[in-house]
Design a protein around this ligand. Structure first.
Ligand code: NAP
Length: 549
């Protein structure tokens, strides 16, 4: 597919665009479409060989969409895409989501403006020309008036630092950068480190053919039935017929889901009523468990315990060996780590070939060439699967490490906190926009829809600047401080910051530990609209350097 991408320039030359986008995933692809529609010249760079971003990389066994599920994890800007695309299941496999994104690229001829297999290794702001210059791994250079970082909230992999891991001679894969060649588990002894969404999706699939699976668990997790089911022709026809209403609901819902906001309070009902509702939702599966149960589970300890205890009972009912079930009991507030949907995860522990190792009581000491050594002894293995997650939300921005005014690297500006305004812009980094970055609802929102809405706001900023001959925009430091305080106040009113998670940065040693996502839901998009309608209070503009000449 890379052959269809933008042709390479002659060596040493420099290309000029209105908009540069880093990342050809769900967000970057939409940005390319949107800015092209505005008549702007756009160039996108991506290290992968084709479109898809996270869906290009995360092709581990069992990878599926969860969250809003199909057909609602999609672009909403045109009815045509909705009407012409047939989803087969409610929780589509990775290959189906990728096929949809490839279709989007084909449909709007996107690849001609994307340079694949090209890492952006440097980005710097030039005060004199009011432009960003990018340098790539292939030695190319390009400038753009605007730089859009669609680098992915979950794309920089987190690799565990365990003694001897580099000496292990068997196959080693990270779920977030799974190879494109087929991987066989047939007859192999496989160790899986990590029991987040990726590990919990992969483990039952691996167990189907592996000789032995060692599940190396640091934190026991709550997981809920995915409730995946085939979508029938009737389901599709119904979704198409009511698409206008569905889309309006998605826009109004705090998480961008096609659901009514929930206001039911757990502690106003009896234990029997609560259990009856949980049971009904457990049987149906999907994120409905959270969307249609109680509004106070993330804020009230008692409400939280009612849900947590229900899930713990379910785990004990499913897992036959009581000692294994004990090890699988989570002890944090439910929902305060990213909720997980599973397809046979707990049932996998009833298989003879699956062994759970609780790393809290039997920690990994080291790897050898042929196995993993925990306190209780060595387990010989042929393959190591790292389902150890990501340096999430901020990690990919820091990997890009743009240099702003005065050549200041973002790594320096973000040493203690991921300062930003509206989750979109950073003081000292004019005309640079982040998608799904810190300070935005990002990972708490339906991500394709969130990307469309953020890109729409950026497009409005560009129009505003073009019509007024403005060359640069950046937020004031004081706006960043106020926004940061709002982000933290919203989070601190919930139970979320009280649990170690990738939401709080606790999964990456040395990372600033605070809850960096904006929890105000769709209020966020009202704030963006209000800022635009008032001509961007909290931001400063500079005249276009060309118009000053
Ligand atoms: P994750 O949720 O961060 O889980 C990583 C797992 O690895 C955790 O169990 C973690 O333990 C463990 N771990 C990390 N470092 C370790 C170490 N040094 N030693 C032992 N264990 C270690 O990552 P993920 O499962 O890849 O999921 C990340 C996010 O991606 C999800 O929350 C979700 O938002 C998204 N995702 C979505 C889907 C989907 O269906 N759409 C699928 C996969 C992922 P601790 O809990 O103790 O840190």
């Amino acid at each position: 597919m890379a052959s269809q991408s933008a042709p390479r320039p002659t060596p040493g030359s420099i290309e000029h665009f209105d908009v540069l986008i880093v990342g050809a995933g769900v967000s970057g692809m939409y940005g390319l479409y949107h800015f092209r529609q505005m008549g702007l010249s756009v160039r996108v760079y991506d290290g992968a060989s084709d479109v898809g971003g996270t869906w290009w990389y995360n092709r581990y066994p069992g990878a599926r969409v969860d969250g809003p599920g199909s057909p609602y994890y999609c672009y909403t800007f045109t009815d045509e895409l909705m009407k012409e695309w047939d989803w087969e299941e409610t929780q589509s496999e990775q290959s189906a989501v990728l096929a949809y994104l490839e279709h989007f690229a084909d449909r709007f001829d996107l690849r001609r403006d994307i340079r694949f297999e090209t890492w952006v290794k440097g980005a710097s702001w030039d005060e004199a020309t009011q432009r960003w210059t990018l340098e790539t791994s292939t030695g190319e250079r390009a400038t753009g008036r605007y730089l859009i970082c669609a680098v992915g909230a979950l794309s920089t992999t987190n690799l565990p630092d365990i003694p001897g891991i580099e000496d292990f001679a068997g196959e080693t894969y990270h779920t977030g950068s799974w190879p494109h060649h087929p991987v066989s588990f047939e007859g192999k002894r496989v160790a899986v480190i990590g029991t987040g969404s990726s590990g919990i999706q992969a483990i039952p699939e691996i167990a189907k053919t592996a000789d032995r699976v060692y599940v190396l668990q640091r934190t026991a997790q709550y997981a809920f039935p995915a409730g995946n089911r085939p979508l029938t022709a009737e389901d599709r026809a119904e979704a198409r017929a009511s698409w206008e209403t569905i889309r309006a609901k998605m826009y109004a819902h705090p998480g961008g889901f096609p659901a009514d906001p929930n206001s039911r309070i757990a502690m106003e009902e009896t234990p029997e009523q609560r259990d009856a509702l949980y049971e009904k939702l457990w049987q149906r599966g999907s994120f409905r468990f959270f969307l249609e149960s109680y509004a106070d589970v993330a804020v009230s300890e008692e409400a939280n315990a009612s849900m947590a205890n229900f899930v713990k009972r379910k785990i004990r009912e499913i897992v036959r060996d009581p000692k294994t079930a004990d090890k699988l009991m989570p002890n944090h507030f439910v929902m305060t780590k990213r909720p997980i949907l599973e397809n046979g995860y707990f049932e996998a522990f009833n298989r003879d070939n699956v062994t759970l190792i609780d790393l809290r009581e039997d920690p990994i000491e080291r790897f050898t060439r042929t196995g993993v050594v925990t306190r209780s002894g060595e387990k010989p293995i042929d393959m190591l699967v790292l389902a150890t997650g990501f340096d999430a939300i901020s990690g990919s921005m820091l990997r890009l490490d743009p240099k702003g005014r005065g050549g200041v690297p973002l790594k320096e500006r973000w040493k203690e906190r991921f300062h930003n305004h509206l989750g979109l812009m950073i003081h000292g980094y004019p005309n640079l926009f982040m998608i799904h970055g810190p300070g935005s609802p990002g990972v708490f929102y339906n991500m394709p829809l969130g990307a469309e809405r953020q890109m729409g706001w950026i497009g409005d900023v560009i129009r505003h600047m073009q019509t007024r001959q403005l060359g640069a925009i950046e937020p004031m430091k004081a706006s960043e401080d106020a926004w940061g305080a709002e982000v933290s106040a919203l989070a601190n009113a919930t139970l979320f910051p009280r649990t170690d998670s990738w939401w709080t940065g606790a999964n990456v040693p040395g990372k600033p530990r605070y809850f960096s996502a904006y929890l105000g839901g769709s209020i966020y998009y009202h704030r963006l609209a209000e800022t635009a309608s008032k001509d961007y209070p909290g931001f400063v503009f500079e005249p276009d350097c060309e118009s000053k000449k």
